[in-house]
Design a protein around this ligand. Structure first.
Ligand code: ASP
Length: 438
């Protein structure tokens, strides 16, 4: 199956007939785009509703025995409107009636939510003249609700082997008992990646409404430069810190086979977008950074104890207090006689006093100091590996901008520098770092 491209289109790319016609032009302009994975219709404008949200709402109302006609009629109107715009002769009314009946008779939440992708794939397959293949024939979950990667791979290979073109709904698959299971929100990205891996495609295109990733948040840095190339690993570092354009689990299926992902803009298909490539590919921007991301709302708990380094098991004891309280840790920078534990405020919320008490009991420290309202910034890039002067540039820029640095941590892979600052300095710090590499 040489030269196949799998293309996934997001909700805004399929929100109405006009967007669908752009999708058709894109698909038809390259006959390697053989397998298409759609999301459910998204918002047409900021006040509009996502079909998936409405479907969750219908399920919620129905499960409380409440009338969901009004919400379902909005869904009905959207799908009938798309079919009308595209002049398709599908009996959408009948299919919609069937789903309404399923919801009324107690269909599961996952089944209800998945119908947006299901219906959109039927429409798109008719419009493109491609075969419709239900995701429940291909994407399999095991009894623990985990993706059955191997079983899914086999099914995709067998089922698609003689199918030249198909539209496969995103977001869901089937469980061993035959019921529908969805991925987490935004999960059509994962379906596309699984299909791309299963058919051995040369490229996984992810079509959305932005021309790829930007080096920094455009709300902070106006006219931020786009990221042309980024590796899977760099992207992991950035998306863990900022708002992801791509579902964070979507890179794993293609990563194992080294298939690149191209983030593209349905409204500007001529833009090259961002290419996400194998970690081993050559570095194109040595001496510079790939991107900057960050988040506010962290707390640092610093535990001081003289001669801490000589006491075996001290760090383990500290960490186990957090573990026992079900708090996940972001970073643990340490000094000679102190160790700091950084956690998200949302994790620690009302548990802080309890944690401090337990650290006193189990670790017998000299002192515990807490700093709330900290922001973390990740400066990411393979270009900094074995390159002198990158961190000097970052810290000079921060000093010039008058930003006080509370913590610095660099992973030993030299892929990122994590900087802890006051929440209030967040925007200024990102703008300053960006400016240093412009
Ligand atoms: N429609 C689903 C959602 O809104 C899945 C997706 O769009 O990827 O989360």
């Amino acid at each position: 199956m040489d030269g196949i491209i799998v293309a996934k289109f997001g909700g805004s790319s399929l929100a109405d007939g006009k967007q669908m016609s752009k999708v058709k032009n894109i698909v038809m302009s390259d006959n390697r785009r053989r397998y298409i994975v759609p999301s459910a219709p998204g918002k047409r404008n900021s006040k509009d509703h996502k079909i998936t949200d409405l479907l969750y709402m219908c399920h919620q109302l129905a499960s409380h025995g409440l009338n969901f006609d009004e919400v379902y009629n909005i869904i009905r109107g959207r799908f009938l409107g798309i079919c009308e715009d595209l002049e398709l002769e599908i009996d959408m009314g009948e299919i919609l009636d069937g789903i309404e009946e399923d919801i009324r008779s107690g269909a599961s939440q996952d089944y209800c939510a998945s119908r947006g992708e299901y219906l959109n794939a039927i429409i798109l397959s008719e419009y493109l003249g491609f075969e419709f293949i239900d995701a429940k024939e291909l994407i399999m979950f095991d009894i623990r609700d985990k993706l059955d990667f191997k079983g899914t791979e086999d099914r995709i290979r067998d089922r698609l082997k003689d199918v030249p073109n198909a539209v496969i709904p995103g977001f869901y698959g089937i469980k061993p008992d035959g019921s529908i299971r969805t991925f987490s929100r935004g999960g059509s990205d994962i379906t596309g990646s699984i299909i791309a891996n299963g058919v051995g495609s040369i490229l996984y295109e992810n079509w959305t409404d932005v021309s790829g990733f930007l080096m920094a948040d455009p709300n902070i840095v106006k006219n931020s430069k786009p990221i042309e190339i980024i590796t899977y690993k760099e992207l992991r570092e950035l998306s863990y810190m900022g708002a992801p354009v791509l579902h964070e689990e979507a890179i794993f299926p293609v990563r194992s086979s080294g298939i690149p992902i191209n983030i593209k803009n349905t409204n500007h298909p001529e833009d090259s977008g961002t290419m996400i490539v194998d970690d081993l590919s050559s570095i194109s921007h040595a001496g510079s950074i790939t991107g900057i991301a960050g988040r506010k709302g962290f707390t640092t708990i610093t535990i001081e104890k003289t001669l801490m380094g000589g006491e075996k098991g001290f760090i383990r004891k500290v960490i186990s207090v957090f573990e026992a309280n079900d708090i996940s840790i972001e970073h643990i920078p340490s000094g000679i006689d102190s160790i700091s534990v950084i956690v998200a405020n949302s994790e620690i919320n009302s548990k802080l006093e309890k944690i401090k008490k337990e650290i006193h009991i189990y670790c017998n420290p000299d002192n515990i100091v807490c700093h709330p309202d900290m922001a973390l910034i990740a400066v990411v890039g393979r270009g900094m590996i074995k390159t002198k002067g990158i961190s000097a540039k970052v810290f000079t820029a921060l000093a010039k901008a008058g930003v006080n640095i509370r913590m610095i941590s660099q992973g030993s892979s030299e892929l990122n520098i994590i900087i802890g600052i006051e929440d209030d300095d967040f925007e200024r710090a990102i703008a300053a770092i960006y400016g240093a590499f412009e």
